[in-house]
Design a protein around this ligand. Sequence first.
Ligand SMILES: Nc1ncnc2c1ncn2[C@@H]1O[C@H](COP(=O)(O)OP(=O)(O)OP(=O)(O)O)[C@@H](O)[C@H]1O
Ligand SMILES: CC(C)(CO)[C@@H](O)C(=O)[O-]
Ligand code: BAL
Length: 282
Amino acid sequence: MRVISTIAELKAVIKAEKSQQKTIGFVPTMGYLHEGHRALLKKARQENQFVVLSVFVNPLQFGPNEDLETYPRDFEQDQKTAEEENVDIMFHPSVAEMYPNELSVSMKVRKRTDVLCGESRPGHFDGVAAVVTKLFHLVQPDRAYFGKKDAQQLAVIQGLVDDFNFPLEIVPVETVRESDGLAKSSRNVYLTEKERAEAPVLYSSLRMAADRIKAGEVNPERIVHSIMDRIQTETSGQIDYISILTYPGLEKMEVIKGNYIIALAVKFSKARLIDNIILIEE
Ligand SMILES: Nc1ncnc2c1ncn2[C@@H]1O[C@H](COP(=O)(O)OP(=O)(O)OP(=O)(O)O)[C@@H](O)[C@H]1O
Ligand SMILES: CC(C)(CO)[C@@H](O)C(=O)[O-]
Ligand code: BAL
């Protein structure tokens, strides 16, 4: 595996691989790699001849009071994980390398951002769209892999690719979970022991909600309240949002039907966790 930290070197390697007609699979991440990232890397390895991983904590997608400074980082461990997953290139640029000057153009994601994380993290998806655009141009992948845990991000990026005709396929990957159901996340390390014990309630309340809907409940408010009750009584977390929306459109629904997502975000003392269940009609 080659670790690359400059855009010039990355461009040269991509040009060489492209000239040999190799297919490129790309996994963009913010590092502190776990089993969720490994699932993305494994799928990319299976489906492509050349695999690029990026590890970059993108300042553009963090709000002023968010955890940019304290976001967990472990370059050496990430390098080991990437080697184990047979990654060809680990692109690990500095902020100055990615953004040497203040950007002269900004991006604005118009659709799907007035709900969920877009509502509670204003500007977040503009920053994601900007860095992903830049990374797609540099890596020129045939396929790019994104986790369903960040379901809104997945829908926003699919919109970006469709709107601007990026010549690549977005491949969604199922959420990888701990044995007790908690979605793997880099931010789980910030949970106290007590919060870690409480955190599986997030997924079990989503499962309970999905079961109630399957049993015939069609009222989104009643479902949202039942999730809220469980999280408030069984955890010390503060609910940021709980919503049932169409998926991937992320529009509000009066009656639950068709393809939808049940999504939540809960703030613990140092970690804000997100999770969801997506139900797509066969
Ligand atoms: N548990 C998971 N299962 C599958 N994919 C995941 C999982 N966690 C993250 N991913 C995906 O990995 C990619 C990189 O995500 P990122 O580096 O932000 O990790 P993260 O663990 O989600 O971090 P955090 O939630 O703390 O921001 C994204 O496409 C994300 O959806
Ligand atoms: C896609 C991404 C790498 C862009 O910084 C980030 O939002 C993430 O890790 O999900
Ligand atoms: N996985 C989403 C990246 C973020 O929280 O900024």
